[in-house]
Design a protein around this ligand. Structure first.
Ligand SMILES: [Zn+2]
Length: 535
């Protein structure tokens, strides 16, 4: 009966996690202490997990570069952590996205090997809580996290409320996930007043498991002295139910904080507008997709705002919106748990950008990562904004964050920002609809060929398809060599066609500007969901 034992252990861990609330004071100390130990943490990982394991990819790269542990210590002592990481990059100690995915061998002077996903696994990980992307037909991979790692992440929750002056606001959730997110709010002493789930239960083992864990969270919250509401199903197209709940909350007190993803926040605001509901003052806490100016404009039109977050699948949350932000695109890097360096990447659509390379510093992290290409670019700067994150010592700002994504199998890349402008601004302005009504979908066909479709939501109404295709080709062809090359290829191959349906969503309910549909499984195989920006 190992399974029963597993659930009982999980229940105890969850209760303990939810009770752990030490207020904003304890959360501050957690961030400050972790920040003070970042170099020590990095060296601890290097010693325990990398230099002690000849099979580790970073061991191979460091050895090839002639850098042993003593040399690494010296590098950090002389140049600081980021300086040392720049040095390591120059010595070949980094991984590109394609290398990290095992799509291309890692080739440096004297080494040539292929990466396996398991190579990044932390050998000292205690698997306390898991996270599984829900909603897809095939069982998606499950990632395990140590309780200590999630407790560190949890410290950001009470601090977010404090930084943005939201301590008096009730919390409402609308996500596919339920217990996975709700536990952070209970720990912060802010148990949600309503929880809407986008996850429709089925008669399968995953759904049974999800319900069991929801029940556990419900009971554990009670043991921690709080009341967690039972999740109610509201699917994405029924956003008006969430908008009604928000309008109701606002009538009787301060407007709510809503935990959701970016496209769902846009849906709520559009539904409020269409039904004449006043949800002004609502603050959305969003992540998962780019929070772009076009989407921010929809939120603003409903009198709402968002606090966005930056994360990647490998490193979870790594950046938090500045509470004194000049724009919505101003992120404090969580330099307590990660290090980031920027390096010139010249090959993106003929334009030189500064690609971001990330390093995980937490000994409790599920993945051990040094100088991994993120697929994102932006400007790093040290600035005194005066907000709470700055007071805690998280001084590195990341502004103008964008992603560069590989778009076709022909090997043409272009800047993700261009695609967003096309889908969220150019097409809605010309053909109607909102920033969440358009999407590019690449369908993989046999023989490595691919077809690209423009998906347009049925709600946009009748439109001239030829004019739409022409606008897409023209817009993507403007301004960059990569774009011209790509639109020429699409023109020649006549690959671009229009499909009328709701944009595809990923397993975690995200709508990405480029969605890749595998011909074999019909499943999303979106690379941008794996290794890029999750703001
Ligand atoms: Zn700030």
């Amino acid at each position: 009966m190992g399974r029963v034992g597993d659930y009982l252990r999980r229940f105890d861990l969850l209760t303990d996690f939810m009770r752990g609330h030490g207020g904003a004071g304890a959360a501050r100390r957690e961030i400050e202490d972790t920040l003070a130990r970042r170099e020590q943490h990095f060296l601890e990982i290097a010693e325990r997990a990398i230099y002690s394991n000849a099979a580790n990819p970073y061991f191979k790269l460091l050895t090839q570069a002639g850098i042993d542990l003593a040399a690494l210590r010296q590098l950090i002592g002389e140049n600081g952590l980021e300086g040392a990481l720049q040095h390591l990059y120059d010595a070949g100690v980094y991984l590109t996205i394609e290398e990290a995915k095992g799509l291309r061998p890692v080739q440096r002077d004297g080494v040539d090997f292929l990466i396996k996903t398991a190579d990044f696994d932390n050998p000292f990980l205690t698997g306390d809580f898991d996270w599984q992307s829900s909603g897809s037909r095939r069982a998606p991979p499950r990632t395990w996290y140590a309780k200590a790692y999630l407790e560190h992440y949890a410290a950001y929750f009470p601090l977010t409320f404090e930084a943005f002056g939201l301590n008096d606001r009730p919390v409402i959730g609308w996500r596919p996930e339920t217990h996975e997110f709700a536990k952070y709010y209970v720990r912060a002493g802010k148990a949600p007043v309503r929880w809407f789930t986008q996850r429709r239960l089925k008669w399968d083992s995953e759904s049974v498991r999800a319900v069991l864990l929801d029940v556990m969270a419900f009971v554990a919250a009670r043991r921690a002295g709080q009341r967690l509401p039972w999740p109610r199903l509201v699917e994405r197209q029924d956003a008006v139910h969430v908008a009604r709940a928000l309008a109701h909350v606002k009538q009787s007190g301060p407007a709510a904080v809503v935990d959701t993803n970016v496209s769902s926040s846009v849906r709520v605001c559009l539904a409020a507008r269409d039904h004449g509901l006043d949800i002004s003052g609502t603050v959305f806490r969003v992540g998962g997709e780019p929070y772009t100016p076009a989407k921010a404009a929809v939120l603003s039109s409903a009198g709402t705002t968002a606090i966005d977050f930056y994360g990647t699948m490998e490193m979870s949350w790594i950046g938090f919106a500045c509470a004194a932000g000049r724009t919505q695109d101003d992120i404090h890097m969580a330099t307590d748990k990660i290090a980031v360096i920027a390096r010139e990447k010249a090959s993106v659509a003929g334009t030189a950008v500064r690609g971001l390379y990330l390093t995980n510093l937490m000994p409790t992290a599920p993945k051990l990562i040094i100088n991994l290409e993120s697929g994102d670019y932006g400007t790093l700067e040290e600035r005194d904004c005066g907000c709470l994150w700055h007071q805690l010592g998280l001084n590195t700002h990341l502004v103008d964050l964008r992603s560069y994504e590989k778009v076709t199998s022909e090997g043409v890349t272009f800047l993700g920002g261009q695609l967003q402008t096309l889908l969220e601004e150019v097409l809605p302005a010309r053909f109607g609809g909102s920033p969440i009504d358009y999407q590019l979908v690449e369908e993989e066909e046999g023989g490595g060929l691919s077809k690209v479709c423009i998906v347009v939501a049925p709600g946009v109404g009748p439109l001239e398809e030829k004019a739409l295709v022409a606008t897409v080709l023209e817009t993507l062809g403007q301004g960059s060599r990569g774009g011209t090359l790509m639109s020429d290829q699409w023109r020649q191959g006549e690959t671009l066609r229009v499909v009328r349906r709701e944009p595809y969503v990923t397993a975690t309910s995200k709508v990405l500007p480029l969605h890749i549909l595998s011909a074999v499984t019909g499943q999303a195989a979106t690379p941008s969901d794996k290794l890029s920006r999750k703001i």
